[in-house]
Write a protein that binds this ligand. Structure first.
Ligand SMILES: [Fe+2]
Ligand SMILES: [Fe+2]
Length: 137
């Protein structure tokens, strides 16, 4: 999952470089980034977080509740940027705030939640979660 963060970050960086020279190529890269990030969020919210929530009993409060709230903010930014690109608006303010939220978000997941999954789930539980993720690709 951390690798998927890096993979998506790289696509987003490419998008930002292309934006100044080739808007239609940039648009394709952004669609790829947006779809990939939305899929990553579904894996977390539907496969990984429920494991944490059922194991710890922390649902309405706790780290996954915060991550779910940030996912909503991230998706709002994705939608705004998509609309801007569609309108050929190349201002970067939305992108900058998305980067800010996403960087902090990924650091929290990689620092707190992902290590929890590594440490607290059995090998079999991790394999099951991973095959669910693979099956939805
Ligand atoms: Fe996330
Ligand atoms: Fe994530």
């Amino acid at each position: 999952m951390a690798q998927d963060h890096d993979r998506l970050d790289a696509i987003f960086r490419k998008f930002r470089t292309q934006k100044n020279t080739n808007l239609s190529e940039a648009e394709k890269l952004f669609s790829e980034f947006k779809a990939g990030l939305e899929r990553h969020i579904v894996w977390e919210e539907e496969i990984l977080f429920p494991l944490f929530e059922s194991r710890t009993g922390m649902r309405e409060v706790g780290p996954t509740a915060v991550m779910r709230m940030e996912h909503r903010q991230i998706k709002e930014h994705l939608e705004k940027i998509r609309a801007m690109i569609a309108g050929k608006d190349t201002a970067t303010i939305q992108e900058n705030s998305l980067i800010q939220i996403l960087t902090a978000h990924n650091e929290k997941e990689e620092g707190v939640l992902y290590p929890w999954f590594d440490d607290s789930l059995s090998t079999r539980e991790r394999e099951e979660a991973f095959s669910k993720i693979k099956a939805s690709m």
